[in-house]
Design a protein around this ligand. Structure first.
Ligand code: PMP
Length: 390
């Protein structure tokens, strides 16, 4: 299954997930939850005074939580639009009563930092700058560091949607001095779907403390969860709402795998995988939706359909060769396109990646494209071998 989330998961994560459900107040779960939260801070490379949160819900619930705590009616908010999910964030902010300004380009690119700086500086000071690290709809990746710096320089919070990037792309919350970095469990972290996760830095926490508007909905309020997370980290039972216990067990193991692999090695593996796959896509005559290398994600490929190919036919042809890939997802991209996820555990499984290349190539051949699966496979293998040799 090579869609951009949910993803294939490791055998160890699967075993943890498949355990008999533990009591949410019992020592096994409490210890596991505590370790998972410490591991989150490590994987996020977050400062010690940051607060980790893990709760049931998809990535969208994590987005809702960030907005519910930070946005008050009338707050000016700036959203950098790099695709479908940035627009979702803008919509959540609007529903919270914020005055939302969206700055972005046509799908496939990231707006220049100067353009974003101009928007931030024009008019009343925004409360936060909202960014999508990797927008899964377009495969566009932005570099968080300069955007977080820009936010700091203007005394504005920076909030990152890392649903498609945490665990795959470089993540350095303290190094960037970012304020909130949120994600879901089902993508590059390599877990089943069902958990929302976020780390909240001290400035964002202070913004919640200074809130004058009505408190956020109970389930989304950081104040509801903070004592629970603190208790688990201290090894004490606590209850606000029942956690997804088996997902917590899986989270501890999945984050442990990332830390064992190494915080530099993990994104490096994703970069090398992406480069090798891009060599294969080029050999198949496929071009990417992202317009430039610098804005192309390493966790998925969003690819234009060759002329004359019908999307549904291609997807089922590829599936007939044993691999599931996904359709495109951006209303402003007029021609259908498709997406292939390559994140998490699978980046350490070259034979599965090769099977993906071959399935896409054979699928293209089945729908009448003059492509060579052998050429694509050797482009992939040569590129992977050359990065392994370096
Ligand atoms: N943001 C991004 C960048 C995403 O890729 C997704 C899911 N594809 C979401 C938010 C929403 O997450 P979920 O589907 O888990 O609610």
């Amino acid at each position: 299954m090579m869609i951009p989330g949910p993803v294939e998961i490791s055998p160890a994560v699967r075993r943890a997930f498949a355990a008999a459900p533990p009591s949410h107040r019992g020592p096994e779960l409490i210890e596991s939850f505590g370790r998972a939260l410490e591991r989150m801070l490590a994987v996020w490379q977050a400062a010690d005074d940051s607060r980790p949160f893990a709760f049931s819900g998809s990535g969208t619930v994590a987005m809702e939580m960030a907005v519910a705590n930070l946005a008050e009616p009338g707050d000016r908010m700036v959203v950098v639009d790099t695709g479908f999910f940035s627009r979702r964030m803008a919509e959540i902010l609007r529903r919270a009563g914020a005055e939302v300004e969206v700055v972005g380009r046509s799908p496939g690119d990231v707006p220049a930092i100067d353009e974003v700086a101009e928007t931030v500086a024009a008019g009343a000071s925004p409360k936060a700058l909202w960014l999508t690290h990797v927008d899964t709809s377009t495969g566009v990746r932005l570099d968080p560091a300069p955007f977080a710096r820009l936010a700091r320089e203007h005394g504005v919070l920076s909030v990152f949607d890392g649903v498609c990037s945490a665990g795959g792309e470089q993540l350095d919350m303290a190094g960037w001095d970012a304020d909130v970095y949120l994600t879901g469990s089902q993508k590059a972290l390599g877990l089943p779907p069902g958990l929302g996760l976020m780390v909240v830095g001290p400035r964002a926490w202070a913004a919640r403390e200074a809130r004058r508007a009505a408190p956020p909905p109970l389930y989304l309020d950081w104040h509801s969860w903070q004592p629970v997370m603190e208790a688990y980290r201290a090894g004490r039972p606590s209850y606000f709402a029942t956690p997804a216990t088996n997902l917590v067990l899986a989270l501890e193991v999945g984050l442990g795998e990332i830390l064992d692999q190494g915080l530099a090695e993990r994104p490096r593996r994703h970069v090398e995988t992406a480069r090798a796959l891009r060599a294969a896509w080029a050999a198949l005559g496929l071009s990417t939706i992202p317009l430039r290398d610098e804005v192309t994600a390493h966790v998925l490929s969003a690819l234009h359909l060759p002329d004359g190919v019908e999307l549904r036919e291609l997807l089922s042809a590829v599936r007939a060769h044993g691999v599931t890939v996904a359709s495109g997802l951006h209303p402003d991209i007029p021609r259908p396109y498709f997406r292939i996820g390559h994140m998490g555990w699978v980046t350490g499984q070259p034979e599965l990646l090769l099977r993906t290349v071959e399935a896409v190539a054979r699928g293209l051949a089945d729908v009448g494209q003059p492509v060579s699966a052998e050429r694509a496979a050797s482009a992939f293998e040569e590129r992977l071998a050359s990065s392994a040799a370096r």
